[in-house]
Unconditional design. Structure first.
Length: 331
C-alpha cells in the first residue's frame, strides 16, 4: 500500500523528505509531519513534489500543473490547495486533511468564497476527511461533509519532563529573574492576541515572553525567543502561566497542549477547537483581555490543581494513540 502526501507547503514537503521537522514549521506543518512519519513506518509514503506551491506560481499556473496530475499511489492525503486545484480524484482513495477553515470562507470576497465552496464540494466525495477537533468536525458536517474523523494532536509526554535544576539553568541562561513569575503571552504573529495581552499585563510585575520563527510583533517591548524544540519545551515548562489568547479561529492549539503536558496552567480565548481542549483540561477560558491580570493571579494561586487536571486530560493523546488513529484511517 502506497501513500502520496500532497501539500502546497515547501516546508512540510522538505520535512517529510528529510524525515526531520523544519524549525520554521507552524503547528499545522508539525501535525502533518507527525502523521506522515507515523504512517511511513508501516506504509510506503512519499511527499508529492508536484503539489508544492512555488514562489513562481500563481493560482492559474498551479491549477494548470495540478489539473491532470495523479501521483503513483493507492492512497492520497491532500491538503486544501491540492484539493481545490487538483483533479482525477476517482482513481485513488482520497483523504482530506483539514485543520481549520479560514474566516474568509464566510466573510471574504468572491475568490475566498469560491475557494471554500469548491473545497467543501470536493471533500464531500472523499473517502475520509480528517480534522483535529470536534468543533471542526461539526463545522464540516454542517457544510455537507459526513465522512469526518477527528484525530487529536498528540505528543510524547515524557518529552515535557524536566528537573527543577534544568529549568533553573534555563531561566538563568535566558536572562529570566528567579523571583518574578514568567508569563508566556503567545506566538509573535498576527491573530495570536499578543498585542492585546501585552496591553492588559504591561503594568504587572511579570516577565513577559513570546516566541516564533521570526518576531512579527517586534514593536512590542517583550522578550522574544526563537528556540529549538527542546529549549522551547523548557521555556513552556519554566513559565508560570501560558496565555493563548488567539483572535483567529484555531484548529486546536499546540502551544496550550504542550503547556499542559509541562504542567503549566493555561488561560486561552477558546477560539475554534481550542475551547474543547481547554474545557476538557479544566483550564481558564476568556475573551475579555481586561480580566487577564486577575485570572493570571488565580492561576498562580491554584497552579497545582490546574496543572494536575490539565496533564491528566492531554496525556491520553500520546504517540501510540496517534499512530493507531492514523492507521485506522488508511485501513
Amino acid at each position: 500500500m502506497s501513500i502520496a502526501w500532497q501539500t502546497r507547503s515547501q516546508i512540510l514537503h522538505d520535512s517529510i523528505v528529510n524525515e526531520q521537522l523544519s524549525p520554521k514549521a507552524n503547528g499545522g506543518n508539525a501535525y502533518d509531519f507527525q502523521a506522515a512519519m507515523a504512517l511511513s513506518s508501516d506504509f510506503d509514503l512519499n511527499a508529492d513534489s508536484m503539489s508544492v506551491y512555488c514562489s513562481s506560481d500563481n493560482p492559474l499556473s498551479y491549477w494548470w500543473r495540478m489539473r491532470n496530475h495523479l501521483p503513483e499511489a493507492s492512497h492520497r492525503i491532500l491538503e486544501p490547495y491540492p484539493i481545490v486545484f487538483g483533479g482525477k480524484f476517482n482513481e485513488t482513495a482520497n483523504i482530506a486533511m483539514i485543520h481549520h477553515v479560514d474566516a474568509h470562507a464566510e466573510t471574504g470576497g468572491v475568490k475566498h468564497k469560491w475557494f471554500y465552496k469548491r473545497l467543501f464540494e470536493r471533500i464531500r466525495g472523499f473517502d475520509k476527511v480528517v480534522t483535529v477537533s470536534q468543533f471542526w468536525k461539526d463545522y464540516l458536517n454542517k457544510n455537507g461533509c459526513e465522512n469526518v474523523e477527528v484525530i487529536y494532536n498528540a505528543f510524547n509526554p515524557t518529552d515535557y519532563t524536566f528537573s527543577q535544576d534544568q529549568l533553573a539553568e534555563f531561566r538563568e541562561i535566558r536572562g529570566f529573574e528567579s523571583n518574578r513569575p514568567i508569563i508566556y503571552i503567545g506566538n509573535a504573529a498576527p491573530g495570536k492576541g499578543v498585542y492585546e495581552t501585552y496591553e492588559a499585563l504591561k503594568d504587572s510585575n511579570y516577565q513577559l515572553v513570546m516566541t516564533g520563527g521570526t518576531n512579527k510583533a517586534a514593536d512590542l517591548p517583550v522578550k522574544f525567543l526563537s528556540l529549538n524544540a527542546e529549549d522551547y519545551r523548557k521555556l513552556i515548562a519554566a513559565c508560570d502561566v501560558v496565555l493563548t489568547m488567539s483572535t483567529m479561529m484555531e484548529g486546536w492549539n499546540r502551544v496550550a497542549h504542550e503547556a499542559l503536558l509541562s504542567k503549566t496552567p493555561v488561560i486561552g480565548s477558546g477560539s475554534g477547537g481550542m475551547k474543547e481542549l481547554l474545557e476538557g483540561a479544566g483550564q481558564t477560558i476568556t475573551t475579555d483581555f481586561k480580566r487577564l491580570p486577575d485570572l493570571v493571579e488565580d492561576c498562580l494561586t491554584n497552579t497545582d490543581t490546574l496543572a494536575g487536571a490539565g496533564y491528566k486530560f492531554v496525556a491520553q493523546y500520546d504517540q501510540a494513540y496517534f499512530k493507531q488513529a492514523w492507521r485506522s484511517i488508511i485501513q
